[in-house]
Design a protein around this ligand. Structure first.
Ligand SMILES: NC(=O)c1ccc[n+]([C@@H]2O[C@H](COP(=O)([O-])OP(=O)(O)OC[C@H]3O[C@@H](n4cnc5c(N)ncnc54)[C@H](OP(=O)(O)O)[C@@H]3O)[C@@H](O)[C@H]2O)c1
Length: 338
């Protein structure tokens, strides 16, 4: 078990759409201990932080050594591979990653023994999707006594100013082949929506962590026409010119509102259980989730090694902790019928 830690927390991407909330929340909770990192030296230094580039492991190592006394790194930008995580975990520095790419998370999970050996903890699948979706999926799974199938639905507000990296990530994954079909689902406050399979990492993680054979995550936007338009371009988005155009469009144009919703449905024979969470501004809520997890890393007793959020009982009540930030938890069915 880990112990109470003093020392600094490096928030990489700490002035981005997600990172800014992580930085401000952690700075409130741990005054004087938070250091912001990013590639823009001027911007980072204005915030008392450091220039750092996660595509350059040697640079990252230098920064970590130069800062000294860093006990935890919060990754609010995706590194190209597990190299940065390895540098942290080999030194016994705790890690939290908000990444949503399956390949990256698989690489990080392979560092479990490294983390145990150095006395470090890493938490993966932190955010809204992955993150809150994982936690709702576990609840629904347990409510039916072990699901055979889980369907996850993510609704994002097209009116939110999503961060540049998040927009790029979403557009880059649009053309990825999927096997499942679309699903019509009710999301509280949004009515019934058609959501389309999307390669968020949670579905792959959960099939392992919960042992469920069939887990599918689907995405829709709060605007029905934009959802239809986006997924109609799926094939065309194989072309990089189309992806560039879409990224530009979604970065500049904000139609609709900034609300989001996630829903998890677990099925086992005739049994069905479903939970949903709704709130405003997924970037801010992703940052709040990350800040809560970082606080648990710094003050709690999370087990050593690399874990996804849904594997850590200490974080199971995170949805309830977000109520004070306007995030509403919905139990959509009564007790599952037997
Ligand atoms: N789990 C979830 O639910 C969830 C939700 C939202 C987003 N995300 C993921 O979180 C990431 C960030 O999203 P965002 O919306 O916050 O994007 P963003 O606003 O573009 O923020 C990215 C931040 O990272 C910095 N950065 C970019 N490349 C870097 C590099 N090579 N080295 C160091 N810093 C770098 C950026 O600053 P500079 O450009 O100045 O370096 C910026 O501060 C994305 O990968 C997204 O997919 C996950």
């Amino acid at each position: 078990m880990t112990t109470v830690r003093s020392g600094r927390v490096l928030v990489v991407g700490g002035y981005g759409a997600v990172g800014a909330t992580v930085t401000s929340t952690l700075a409130d909770w741990f005054p004087g201990r938070v250091v912001v990192g990013g590639r823009d030296e001027v911007r980072a230094q204005q915030l008392g932080g450091v220039r750092v580039d996660v595509t350059d492991p040697a640079d990252f190592r230098r920064v970590l050594t130069g800062l000294g006394g860093v006990v935890a790194v919060v990754m609010c930008v995706e590194a190209p591979d597990a190299g940065i995580a390895r540098i942290c975990l080999e030194r016994g520095v705790h890690l939290l990653d908000i990444g949503a790419t399956r390949r990256l998370l698989d690489g990080l999970a392979d560092l479990h023994d490294v983390a145990v050996g150095s006395g470090a903890t890493a938490v993966l699948s932190v955010g809204v999707a992955p993150g809150l979706t994982n936690l709702l999926a576990r609840r629904a799974h347990e409510a039916v006594g072990g699901a055979e199938r889980i369907d996850l639905t993510v609704l994002l507000g097209a009116g939110e100013r999503h961060g540049a990296d998040a927009v790029r990530w979403t557009v880059e994954h649009l053309a990825e082949p999927t096997t499942a079909g679309p699903l019509r689902t009710m999301l509280p406050g949004y009515g019934t929506r058609t959501a389309y399979p999307f390669p968020f990492s949670d579905q792959h993680t959960l099939s392992r962590t919960l042992g469920v054979g069939q887990v599918t995550t689907r995405l829709c936007l709060d605007s029905r026409p934009l959802t239809t338009g986006l997924f109609a371009l799926r094939r065309a988005a194989r072309r990089s010119a189309v992806r560039r155009a879409l990224t530009g469009l979604f970065t500049r144009i904000h139609v609709g509102r900034d609300g989001f919703g996630v829903r998890a449905d677990a099925h086992r024979g005739d049994l069905h259980a479903a939970y949903a969470l709704t709130g405003q501004a997924q970037s801010r809520v992703t940052g709040l989730v990350a800040a809560h997890v970082a606080r648990e890393l710094l003050t709690g007793s999370l087990p050593l090694g690399v874990h996804h959020i849904d594997q850590l009982p200490a974080l199971a009540s995170l949805p309830e902790s977000l109520a004070e930030h306007g995030v509403v938890l919905h139990r959509l069915d009564g007790e599952p019928t037997r």
